[in-house]
Design a protein. Structure first.
Length: 118
């Protein structure tokens, strides 16, 4: 049974930082691309960042470029999202997802709440 468990969310003031983690189990982690998505109240879920199998290729939404960094540790089956210079508009539930190359994201976590106060 595949499980993705996010952690690290919380309440932070604007300009602050948080580091999200997503621990994966039940799959061969190194064979999956990993992504972070978020959903704010009343809005659709949106892409935040993605990282390929061995971490050599990353991609970011324009809204987070230069502020967020995605990374992974295959030995720990974990993907991270370092979020700096947080803004109130970053407030959302953040989800991690896993997908094999060439496919859509198949597995999703339950999400972790990030709230940025102004």
């Amino acid at each position: 049974q595949v499980q993705l468990v996010e952690s690290g969310g919380g309440l932070v003031q604007a300009g602050g930082s948080l580091r999200l983690s997503c621990a994966a189990s039940g799959l061969t982690f190194s064979r999956y691309n990993m992504g972070w998505f978020r959903q704010a109240p009343g809005k659709e879920r949106e892409f935040v960042a993605a990282i390929r199998l061995y971490g050599t290729i990353t991609d970011y939404a324009d809204s987070v470029k230069g502020r967020f960094t995605i990374s992974r540790e295959n030995a720990k089956n974990t993907v991270y999202l370092q979020m700096n210079t947080l803004k109130p508009e970053d407030t959302a539930i953040y989800y991690c997802a896993a997908g094999t190359p060439g496919s859509t994201y198949r597995y999703w976590g339950q999400g972790t709440q990030v709230t940025v106060s102004s």
